[in-house]
Design a protein around this ligand. Structure first.
Ligand SMILES: Nc1ncnc2c1ncn2[C@@H]1O[C@H](COP(=O)(O)OP(=O)(O)OP(=O)(O)O)[C@@H](O)[C@H]1O
Ligand SMILES: [Mg+2]
Length: 396
């Protein structure tokens, strides 16, 4: 069928043609934001999940939902190499400028802009990467201590008062939150704790890898009670089918039931793979409906495409010892696997492999679904490892 018309969207942060299976999370965040707006007790939300499950597109959709109902939002992505105050300040400024156009909120929004001016000037010493336009002069003593924990708290309180006077809420969306250093995370948690205590309408909606949960707890022990952690994962069968069928139909193509079953089985319902397979199956089909044969051909090109890019870039970042570890895991199947079994496969002691395992977790190659278990972070990586390191030389 015509590739120009192909609706599927494999990529990073690329919105899918149908955001399947996420209605529950969207609804629960909607309720949270409405409660926050009304000054009712509610928890901030941190969506956790592995790479490629659709955290970014979900975060963006929830933000659109929130804006649509008149909530003030700001959105940032935590990069590995910039400070949280530096990425927050310019976005917060824009939200405050928008609030200051509201007559009822004008005075308090201006006060919050003064707080931002104090915040940026005082913290510039420690976080040199802060670059933000200052609209008003600082107010001495307001968010200008030079201590992040104190100043962020004062700043978010001032912003919360402004949002409150406008009858709205301020929702802060942060993607890749696991990259924020623990000290900055702690300051953010403290500030949110404070605004929650004062029933100010400020809320965080974050997304990150599963290790985020532990990081939050280490940064502040009460964090677990301040946040909800919805888990974002692969889609159950019904939702996965919808992710394929609906866009195909909308673009004038059907798919036969056996073809759809095969496609879901091949992708394991993993959102990134659904887009990749959907795209390849569309291109492989000479006409509607997409048949089992088309999906079989699509699987070959999809796997080849993954081998060339998605899997390959991950593999190329590994040291020889890390490759051997993953190859041993792959030998045992898709997993999860016990550390002892992996060590046996390598003929090593579990303790001597600890550092390699930790490095692989830090690189996002494996994770620990339960204590003592190790699993690949993306489906089908075991097959890839067996393809790229065939035979048994790796044992040597
Ligand atoms: N609910 C869904 N239904 C169908 N496709 C989806 C869904 N969610 C995400 N996708 C698709 O999956 C791919 C990955 O999405 P996204 O980049 O949001 O994942 P992520 O969890 O943010 O990954 P990473 O951790 O690498 O940033 C995209 O191609 C997107 O279109
Ligand atoms: Mg993402």
């Amino acid at each position: 069928m015509d590739p120009v018309e192909n609706p599927f969207a494999p990529g990073a942060g690329t919105p899918p043609p149908e955001l399947a299976g996420r209605d529950e999370v969207r609804e629960s965040v909607r309720i949270t934001l409405e409660r926050v707006r009304r000054g009712l007790p509610s928890k901030s939300v941190l969506m956790v999940g592995l790479r490629g499950v659709g955290k970014t597109v979900l975060l963006d959709r929830i933000r659109d939902d929130a804006e649509g109902s008149g909530i003030q939002t700001l959105r940032v992505e935590a990069p590995e190499d910039r400070s949280l105050p530096a990425i927050l300040a310019p976005q917060l400024r824009q939200a405050l400028l928008r609030l200051s156009r509201n007559e009822r909120a004008q005075a308090l929004a201006q006060r919050a802009l003064r707080a931002l001016a104090g915040f940026a000037s005082a913290l510039k010493v420690k976080y040199a990467d802060i670059e933000v336009g200052l609209d008003l002069d600082p107010e001495p003593g307001l968010a200008d201590n030079g201590d992040l924990e104190h100043d962020l708290q004062a700043l978010l309180e001032a912003a919360g008062l402004a949002a409150q006077s406008a009858g709205t809420a301020l929702a802060i969306f942060v993607d890749e939150l696991q990259y924020v250093p623990e000290e900055e995370l702690a300051a953010l948690i403290t500030a949110l704790h404070r605004t929650a205590q004062r029933r100010l309408p400020v809320v965080l909606v974050g997304a990150g890898l599963p290790q985020l949960r532990g990081r939050m707890g280490r940064a502040k022990s009460y964090a677990e009670r301040l946040f909800d952690f919805p888990e974002i994962g692969s889609l159950p069968v019904v939702a996965a089918k919808r992710a394929i069928e609906k866009p195909a139909r909308d673009h004038g193509a059907d798919i036969t039931p056996d073809a759809l079953d095969r496609l879901i089985a091949e992708t394991r319902g993993y959102p990134y793979f659904l887009q990749e397979w959907g795209k390849q199956a569309w291109d492989a089909a000479p006409e509607s409906p997409i048949t089992l044969r088309d999906v079989e051909r699509a699987s070959m090109t999809a796997v080849a495409a993954l081998d060339e890019s998605f899997f390959r870039v991950r593999f190329d970042r590994l040291t020889p010892a890390q490759k051997r570890y993953l190859r041993a895991m792959a030998d045992l199947g898709p997993g999860p696997h016990r550390s002892g079994e992996i060590a046996d496969a390598l003929g090593r002691e579990v303790t001597s492999l600890g550092p390699t395992r930790s490095q692989l977790i830090a690189k996002g190659m494996v994770w620990s679904p339960n204590h003592g278990d190790t699993a690949f972070t993306v489906p089908r990586f075991d097959e890839f490892m067996r393809r790229i390191m065939p035979g048994s030389d790796w044992r040597a």
